[in-house]
Design a protein around this ligand. Structure first.
Ligand code: XMP
Length: 516
């Protein structure tokens, strides 16, 4: 099978590059820049992509790679930092740009090139750089520029080396997919052999063979990933699987019951639900800092979960998780070994180390090489209910990252009720599938209002809704005014304690999707 290597120099969008390649049905894997060249040679990659990264090539402590990699005869595409590195390694000039470019910029094509085939003569690209290539290496041609970046795309087709200062992997780049496809299909000549069809059957037999008559324990959150992992393992070994669901009380309204019902009724497995909402609230008392809250939820989740697992594991079981490929990279370890790992922007609690006193026969992560959309395809192949497979993402810390300030039972109730109304209206109007994610936020602000003849001073709720392909960048969603009006009227009428609704009109970046 043809494979592309994405060599990781530490940028935030790196996993997207691999995902875009896989969307072309070509397998791509990410390795850290510290990987030995002998290792790279062994794998017979059909092409190599240097990722972006936050550093400057002229800083000696920045991630570098030996020039030898450009002489393997394998096509290389440099992106952003990777583009500067390629130029720098081959004797081009890299400088701090007189004007940093950030955001959507117009790219102007100067020459025809295979890499830019089917890209319009002027198109929008996503830039994010302070250094730039001021002079391309000998033997290279400039094929496109922007107003402030003279060498935005350059290439040496004879040696099959190509560079882009912008990010083709980000959806804001109009012809990003075309450019990646040109590189993978027309320059690296990869054929589309990476298919999902055989994945499920081969995973099921792999799990059966590995597990034999032993047990498997899986932490289930009710989200897409752990649900699909549970389904695939349940299909393989039935009741030998025990799923443990920690209900921290910060789920959406009615969600804990939905998860319990779905898994105990639809799948062949043992299902354990731990109700510990009160305990979490006690632990969260007085905490207002967003990272502290995340850490507290993560710690308590970890302790609750492992105290339960410790009891049932008994040293004679495998441990399974719904880890997917982006988790490994976003957590700053896994595929990148933490060496050039992307900076951790928020503490994710999905990945935790197994406590040293809990012994397992091994770890099973059936989805660890898949991206979210690939996981959904697997879910559909396993006949998991569509509602679950296409569920919006819900953060591990739950409503904890949607309540600004201290978390209390009353605030959770207010938020759950308001959020339920939003979801209800979106569902009724057929909007739940059109948007990537929508929810309410308890803003922690109070506002003056009037009800009848009385002045009120009550809570402000925000509506957050986004459209995105990848959650790395997102646009705020334009929900029609009449739906917003109904939602606002219903929340203020039906949920006592809320007298004002605001709409979040910020994209990511500069905001994040969640408020904390
Ligand atoms: P942000 O707020 O980082 O969110 O722009 C991007 C996506 O990630 C989800 N999210 C999380 N998911 N654990 C998770 O499993 C977390 O700690 C977490 N924080 C954010 C968020 O809901 C959005 O879909």
């Amino acid at each position: 099978m043809d494979k592309i290597l994405v060599l990781d120099f530490g940028g935030q969008y790196n996993q997207l590059i691999a995902r875009r390649v896989r969307a072309l049905n070509v397998y791509a894997e990410i390795l850290p820049y510290t990987t030995e060249i002998s290792e790279i040679k062994k794998n017979n990659y059909k092409g190599i992509i240097f990722t972006g990264g936050p550093n400057s090539v002229f800083d000696t402590s920045s991630p570098h790679y030996s020039k030898d990699i450009l002489e393997l005869g394998v096509p290389v595409l440099g992106i952003c930092y990777g583009c500067q590195l390629m130029a720098w390694l081959l004797g081009g000039e890299v400088r701090t740009a007189p004007v940093s470019e950030y955001g959507k910029i117009t790219l102007v094509k100067d020459k025809n090139s295979i890499l830019l085939e089917d890209v319009k003569s002027e198109s929008t690209v996503w830039m994010s750089h302070t250094d730039y290539v001021s002079k391309v290496p000998k033997g290279f041609d400039i094929t496109a520029h922007t107003e402030n970046c003279p060498c935005a795309v350059f290439e040496n087709p004879e040696n099959r080396l190509y560079s882009l200062q912008f990010h083709p992997e980000v959806t804001h780049t109009e012809f990003g997919n075309t450019i990646i496809s040109n590189f993978v299909k027309k320059i690296c000549l990869c054929s589309s052999e990476w298919q999902m069809d055989n994945f499920v059957e081969s995973k099921i037999s792999e799990i059966r063979k590995l597990v034999g008559d032993k047990k498997v324990i899986l932490g289930l959150s009710g989200g897409v990933d752990s649900s699909v992992a549970a389904a695939i393992i349940s299909r393989a070994i039935g009741k030998q699987l025990t799923c443990v669901f920690v209900d921290h009380g910060l789920m959406r309204k009615g969600e804990g019951d939905f998860v319990e019902k779905t898994f105990s009724q639809l799948f062949d497995m043992n299902f354990v639900r731990i109700n510990c909402g009160e305990h979490f609230l006690n632990q969260l008392k007085g905490i207002t800092d967003p990272e502290e809250k995340r850490k507290c939820i993560s710690r308590e989740f970890y302790n609750t979960f492992w105290n339960e697992i410790r009891e049932i594991a008994g040293g004679n079981a495998y441990f399974a998780q719904g880890t997917i490929y982006p988790d490994r990279i976003e957590s700053g370890h896994g595929a990148t070994d933490g060496k050039a790992g992307s900076a951790v922007i928020k503490t994710h609690h999905n990945m935790g180390k197994i406590p040293s006193d809990v012994n397992f026969l091994g770890i099973i992560e059936p989805l660890k090489d898949l991206f979210k959309d690939e996981v959904r395809i697997v879910g559909e192949q396993l006949n998991i209910p569509k509602d679950l497979v296409w569920r919006q993402p819900f953060p591990g810390p739950g409503l904890g990252v949607r309540i600004i300030g201290e978390i209390t039972a009353e605030k959770v109730r207010l938020l759950q009720d308001a959020d339920y109304i939003l979801r209800d209206e979106m569902f009724k109007n057929g909007y739940e599938k059109q948007l990537s994610q929508f929810f309410c936020v308890y803003t922690g602000s109070k506002a003056v209002g009037v009800m009848g003849d009385h002045r009120t001073y009550e809570n402000v709720i925000a509506i957050r809704a986004v459209t995105t392909d990848d959650f790395m960048t997102a646009d705020w969603a334009k929900i029609p005014y009449d739906i917003l009006t109904t939602v606002s009227n219903r929340i203020t009428n039906e949920v006592r304690g809320i007298n004002r609704i605001v709409y979040d009109i910020t994209s990511k970046p500069p905001a994040t999707v969640e408020w904390e």
